[in-house]
Write a protein that binds this ligand. Structure first.
Ligand SMILES: Cc1cc2nc3c(=O)[nH]c(=O)nc-3n(C[C@H](O)[C@H](O)[C@H](O)COP(=O)(O)OP(=O)(O)OC[C@H]3O[C@@H](n4cnc5c(N)ncnc54)[C@H](O)[C@@H]3O)c2cc1C
Length: 332
């Protein structure tokens, strides 16, 4: 039997019958840390009727062991059920490091677990490193994204939430072997919170979009988003925004890209009338191809853009739309 020097936990997240992609991103980083520390990487699955085959996927993506819970307690987002059972597992297994996704679910759950375990939590990390002493360095933006803070936690486990789309998954390796341990869930005794159901009509999933056409203050009014929507629809994409239009009430917060909004990594990001503040760049600079349209040739967005168009978006975008439509007709 292999003996490990440390134990790293990754909490996976289930979404629409499968694993949320952040689960694989966390396993990718967890694997890197485990290699560095000579550690064992353990994934935790909390769901209802999750098969062992599904858990094997987590092993192919880097886990050494999977703790699998199947219970009706986890069929809804009742956070107290998750918290109670995670705290029990941590007390039993005593991991050194515990990674959770900085999704709505993870952001709600991780602080509760950390508080119950009386350990520290570093939220919203964008990178993790191991120093020469074997201690985890948690890296996250601070002071509105102008500096990157490097944080160490003295208590164990070192708990951290990690932003979606900032880490890379390992390549899938179906030759990897590992164990799936079935665990019994326990119903918490505390009944301070009554779960009444799941509400909400969120449909936009900007973080997973492959094409994003984003607008900023340069749009001048909410109507400008109609033009961006036309371009986004033609490209099979969605509309994004800098914070200014959100603050102005031109578009809803779920469209916001940046430090206090969504982190995105699409194949194509078109920034229209966006200056390129550090807070905006923090959310989109890793996009595969960036096109910027701005009247000001000195706008900082051009420093990160692969293609820059200096011009009025109300002249440039209609030309782009016309050209794309013409090409689509020619293709038919
Ligand atoms: C704590 C904190 C968190 C923040 N979080 C975020 C965040 O998550 N996301 C975010 O985006 N910002 C965030 N901000 C705000 C950020 O600092 C900037 O204020 C914001 O990004 C600026 O938005 P903008 O580029 O749309 O506007 P501006 O900086 O005003 O830029 C507008 C641009 O449009 C150009 N323009 C004008 N007219 C046209 C035209 N007709 N055609 C083409 N170009 C034109 C101008 O040349 C200019 O470059 C945050 C700030 C703080 C303090």
């Amino acid at each position: 039997m292999e003996s490990y020097r440390s134990k790293i936990f990754v909490l996976t997240e289930l979404r629409d019958g499968g694993f949320h992609p952040i689960s694989f991103e966390l396993l990718g980083k967890g694997r890197e840390i485990a290699e560095r520390l000579g550690g064992e990487l353990c994934a935790i699955v909390m769901g209802n009727q999750v098969g062992k085959d599904a858990c094997m996927e987590l092993i192919y993506y880097g886990a050494d062991k999977v703790f699998l819970y199947n219970s009706e307690l986890f069929s809804g987002p009742n956070i107290i059920n998750f918290k109670h059972n995670l705290v029990r597992l941590v007390e039993e297994e005593k991991p050194d490091i515990f990674l959770v996704g900085a999704t709505h679910f993870g952001r709600s759950l991780a602080p509760r677990v950390a508080a119950a375990l009386k350990t520290g939590l570093t939220a919203d990390c964008i990178d993790l490193e191991v120093d020469e002493k074997g201690e985890l360095i948690q890296i996250r933006p601070a002071f509105t994204g102008n500096i990157l803070a490097h944080i160490k936690t003295k208590t164990k486990p070192v708990m951290t939430t990690v932003r979606y789309k900032v880490m890379n998954a390992c390549p899938r390796n179906s030759k990897r072997r590992g164990a799936v341990i079935v665990k019994e869930a326990e119903e918490p005794r505390e009944r301070n919170v009554k779960f009444v159901g799941k509400y909400g009509t969120r449909k936009l999933n900007i973080a997973d979009a492959e094409v994003i056409v984003s607008g900023g203050r340069g749009l001048g009014s909410p109507d400008g988003f109609n033009l961006l929507k036309e371009l986004a629809d033609l490209l099979g994409g969605v509309v994004g925004s800098s914070r200014t239009p959100v603050d102005e009430g031109w578009i809803s917060k779920e469209h916001q890209v940046g430090f206090s909004g969504n982190t995105v990594k699409p194949k194509l990001y078109i920034a229209c009338g966006i200056s390129g503040s550090p807070q905006h760049l923090a959310g989109m600079k890793d996009s595969e191809t960036i096109i910027a349209i701005n009247v000001d040739p000195s706008a900082p967005i051009f420093k990160v853009a692969d293609y820059g168009i200096v011009g009025d978006l109300y002249e440039v975008i209609p030309l782009l739309i016309k050209e794309i439509k013409a090409r689509k007709v020619r293709k038919c």
